[in-house]
Design a protein around this ligand. Structure first.
Ligand code: FE
Length: 188
């Protein structure tokens, strides 16, 4: 157990990961991995999401910090399966409420593209390219299966924060602030 003023071992691990790898570019976008993570968490917090979903937003791309594929993997026709890698890492540390929206955040894009034209129109070029590699828009049968998942709506919310979290120079609270959210969910 960890006290009220110190970080949990998992939180320290997360702080180290972002410190070591967070400056890498976020897949063809004008922000770093750390900025992208902070913006996604910030949008979740601003929407008054539960702490678990704020943590999921912060860590949704932790898979990118864990693998050694090049940043331009999609341009090379590679799907890095970063959501599955993230989920395997997260499930050893966090409850399903955090793991599942992360695991589903790629499928959430495929769902939204199949069900909402406005959504597809606002996607960035790199995001559209990676979706084609990830299977393209969902079929009606895939959509129905997706909606059976207990955390499917949380995954859609996370997806929208993820898509918005690409604003150069946007001011957000620092990583230390969200480290507090991580500690909070781990204390429960
Ligand atoms: Fe992302």
């Amino acid at each position: 157990m960890f006290g009220a003023t110190e970080h949990s071992p998992t939180t320290i691990e997360i702080l180290n990961l972002f410190q070591e790898r967070g400056q890498s570019q976020y897949g063809g976008e004008a922000v770093s991995q750390l900025e992208h993570a902070l913006q996604a968490a910030f949008f979740a917090e601003r929407a008054r999401a539960r702490p678990e979903l704020i943590v999921a937003a912060l860590l949704h791309d932790v898979g990118h910090l864990l693998h050694d594929l090049p940043e331009d993997a999609p341009e090379q026709g590679l799907d890095d399966r970063h959501e599955a890698l993230a989920a395997r890492w997260l499930e050893q540390r966090f409850p399903r409420e955090i793991v599942d929206p992360v695991l589903l955040h790629v499928d959430a894009k495929r769902y939204l593209c199949a069900t909402n034209e406005d959504y597809t129109r606002q996607l960035s070029g790199p995001s559209l390219l990676s979706m084609q590699l990830q299977g393209g828009p969902m079929s009606p049968a895939e959509q129905a299966a997706f909606r059976l998942h207990p955390h499917w709506e949380a995954a859609l919310n996370l997806r929208r924060w993820d898509d918005a979290a690409k604003v150069p120079w946007l001011k957000t609270p620092p990583l230390e602030h969200y480290a507090g959210c991580v500690d909070q969910v781990l204390r429960k």
